[in-house]
Design a protein. Sequence first.
Length: 386
Amino acid sequence: MTVFKGYLLMAKRNLGILFMYVGIFLGVTMMIQASYAESGNNSMFQSKKMDIAVVTRGQGDVADGLKKMLEKNHNIVPVKQSKKALQEQIYYRSIEYVVDIPADLDRRIQTDGKVKVTKVPGTSSGYYMDQQITNYLSQIRLYQKGGFSLKESVKKAAAAQKVTPKVKLIDVNGNGGVVPKHFYMFRFMPYMYICVMCYVMSIIITEFQKKDIRNRMLCSKTSFKSQNLQFMGAFLFVGIVFWMFSLLLPILLCGSSYLSDVNLKYYIINSFLFFLVSLAMAFLVGLLVKNTTALSGVVNVISLGMCFLGGVFVSLNMLGEQVRKVAQFLPTYWYSKAIDLLGESGVLTASQRSTMYTSFRIELAFTVACLCVALAYLRYQRQERD
């Protein structure tokens, strides 16, 4: 078992790199979970109060009602009424929105009845304010068309603003609309797997591929077949130990919610299949990269590139259509597709399970493809040496 012990010794010397990537993984996951805790879930929704300015050109029922509505729902900042002063406040983001109420709004309410607004271009808060003002003025017009006077219409529109509808969210996906905390840990696991496997395991292969060490091994009494078996045994042993260790990490941060998840088996299967992809990639990278100095750069390019394009660091929903088409050639895309299904649904439907099994098969296909390329290259190397 000399070769087996030699591989384990090399793995032990690189434990520092392993724990460094585990630390990065835990740090990123904890930041995401903290952000999730601050934002809360659907039951914690609150309408946003914005800092705005109101310029009133005259008095009237509609003008007074609109101003009172804005005072109730937002923070009105007292500023100078000049155009230059208002533009300066918006530029420095002291205010986000300016409402200019015309003097003849009461008369124009049934025609154009619009107020002049100034906002930060392209912001969601601007569209939110536009919609709120438009809805209020539309309610007044609606009451007037129903036969109420202007004053009564303003009062009824103000009363309608106080009505709070009761909303009950239907738990369609079976998870209460809440993404489980361990989902974020499994989302970022591909980065840790690729970095650890492709660096720690590849550097061992690279070292043993050096000419002097290879010649010594060829001269030893251990047969070539035994050397390969010991190499594969050590390779799988180190990898599986690390994979099992990674499955314990969610328990540290998530506790019983992780163990009680009904979809836990799918999380484990998905992580194991991608772990096999990472192991196969590590084998291929270790054969192709001859210099340990260049290995770090190669691993960073592969890990970051695959994780950004494959939906690990950036959700697949946020990627462009063309990027998603390219990403389908990466195993991280299919891992992310499966993990997104688990995060969105507490109970998987037959269609969702079918989609997940497809992702599993493609991940396994990537593993086989990497191994075939690595073995073909290894055979080419041996023929060249012979």
